[in-house]
Design a protein around this ligand. Structure first.
Ligand code: BES
Ligand code: MN
Ligand code: ZN
Length: 486
């Protein structure tokens, strides 16, 4: 992680100086010397730099590298974060960088908010997962250690805490998702989650025996084929101590590896299924972010951690299992395992905590991935208000959601001939019938939204805020919602 500092004044001795600008008339106060400013101006002129969002111009005078970063006019928080992600690529070969943030009367964000968002973008864009390299490539390895912001008006360092919390939590989620499944079994994962107690989060780990006693046979049917026994982690963040009730329940799919089970997946890219626990990581990270910010909300989080493997003890297609809710399920396809895990976790969180508003997050279906590609996550809900709020939070945070229907006509497609329901419908509308399955585990009157993040959980190319690999999609939109809830 990069160290961020927020300084008064405008004098910096850093070897690289960055100045933000919305046009080609630089306002640099004393941050740049007269010489530095005039060489930057002439470079801007010759390169027709106009300060457009995400555009850069730079000069080097033999001693100092000076970079002007265009914000465009009235940049939003998200646009500034994206600029930060792009800026990271320009500056990551330097150890110390100074950034000047001028006051812009026309801007909608303050100098401080501009700096915070830029820093958040640097943290998100600068993420990398390199723990398994025994040799780090000399020349391409980032050197960036410290970024110091100089504001035209003073920047309160405390104000950055909430942004830092989000950055740290997204990075934590990405670390978990990038971790190979042999290093992140349900047992190891649960122990990692348990460490978060230091933040004041109450965490209980339910082991296989306990899950059996609770009647979570539907969840257990998924882990039966694996030598790695399942866990369910139960997290409670009580930021509003004067209230007993929970404002929100979060449920996450934590399939540490999804081979498909007896309905085995094809081998091409099967390794990607180490990331089938992304929903759970996003839930845990969102609770972590709330705790880091000490948000005045009460949240319960339940994540089901299991490995889906084929073996002599694995569930077979055609098996019928009971769920904690009492409803029975015919397992038509052992690769539709996420909903089996989530159904029991959804029931548990309602029984145990009496939550009346729930959001679940899961890499649930290839169908939703085919629908939206890498742009939007699927949103399914029984509540228009919650949906609208989530869509808005998605737009603002850059983790975009698009709603799909969950209606009775789809729901009847998962009726079974020999049990209360089956775990897959016909081939079509797979994302929707999966949501219908989950909805059967929501009690009457409970508001519920389901985020199917299959696809957006990974970035195959890399973008300014999401380097190639796990994205941690969902942490920022949930954080936004939780900030609004307080
Ligand atoms: N984990 C997968 C869904 C998935 C696919 C996530 C691709 C990310 C990328 C899920 O458990 C699954 O296998 N779903 C099946 C369901 C089918 C058997 C009804 C699917 O979508 O193909
Ligand atoms: Mn599967
Ligand atoms: Zn899965």
């Amino acid at each position: 992680m990069t160290e961020f500092a927020f300084s008064a004044g405008s004098k910096s001795s850093a070897g690289t100086k960055v100045i933000l600008t919305s046009g080609s008339n630089f306002n640099s106060a004393k941050f740049l010397s007269a010489e530095e400013l005039s060489s930057l101006k002439s470079a801007a002129r010759s390169q027709q730099f106009e300060g457009k969002a995400g555009s850069f111009v730079e000069v080097y005078n033999g001693k100092t590298r000076i970079v002007a970063a265009g914000t465009g006019s009235k940049p939003t928080a998200l646009e500034l974060q994206i600029l930060g992600g792009k800026l990271y690529k320009k500056i990551n070969a330097e150890a110390n960088v100074a950034v000047y943030v001028p006051a812009d009367k026309k801007a909608s964000l303050s100098v401080a908010e501009t700096a915070y968002n830029l820093a958040l973008g640097i943290e998100l864009g600068g993420y990398r997962f390199d723990k398994y390299f025994t040799k780090k490539p000399e020349n391409s390895y980032p050197k960036l250690e410290k970024v110091e912001f100089f504001g035209e008006t003073p920047i309160d360092a405390q104000g950055f805490n909430a942004y830092q919390a989000v950055a740290a939590s997204v990075r934590y989620a990405r670390d978990l998702c990038n971790e190979p499944a042999n290093h992140l079994t349900p047992e190891i994962y649960a122990a990692d989650i348990k460490r978060l107690e230091y933040l004041g989060i109450d965490i209980t780990i339910l082991d296989e025996g306990k899950l059996h006693d609770l009647g979570m046979d539907m969840l257990l049917s998924v882990s039966k084929g694996s030598v790695n026994s399942p866990r369910v982690a139960v997290l409670q963040w009580k930021g509003a101590k004067d209230r007993k009730e929970f404002d929100l329940g979060l449920v996450g799919k934590g399939v540490t590896f999804d081979s498909g089970g007896i309905s085995l997946k094809p081998s091409a890219n099967m390794g990607d299924m180490k990331g089938d626990m992304t929903g759970s990581a996003v839930v845990v990270a969102a609770v972590k972010a709330a705790a880091l910010q000490k948000l005045p909300v009460n949240i319960a989080g339940v994540v089901g951690l299991v490995e889906n493997m084929p073996s002599g003890s694995a569930s077979r297609p055609g098996d019928v299992v009971a769920s904690m809710s009492g409803q029975t399920v015919e397992i038509v396809n052992t690769d539709a395992e996420g909903r089996l895990v989530l159904g029991d976790c959804l029931w548990y969180i309602q029984e145990k905590f009496g939550v009346t508003k729930i959001i679940d997050v899961a890499t649930l279906t290839g169908s939703t991935m085919m629908t939206f590609g890498f742009e939007y996550a699927g949103l399914f809900s029984n509540d228009d208000k919650l949906s609208a709020q989530l869509e808005k939070c998605g737009e603002l945070s850059g983790e975009k959601l698009w709603r799909l229907p969950v209606t009775a006509d789809y729901d009847k497609l998962i009726d079974s001939d020999i049990a209360d329901m089956k775990n897959t419908g016909p081939r079509l509308a797979g994302g929707i019938t999966a949501a219908c399955f989950l909805q059967r585990f929501i009690k009457p009157g409970v508001k519920w939204a389901h985020l199917d993040i299959a696809g957006v959980d990974k970035d195959e190319k890399g973008h300014p805020l999401t380097p190639k690999g796990a994205t941690g999609f969902g942490v920022r939109v949930l954080n936004r919602l939780l900030q609004e809830t307080k």
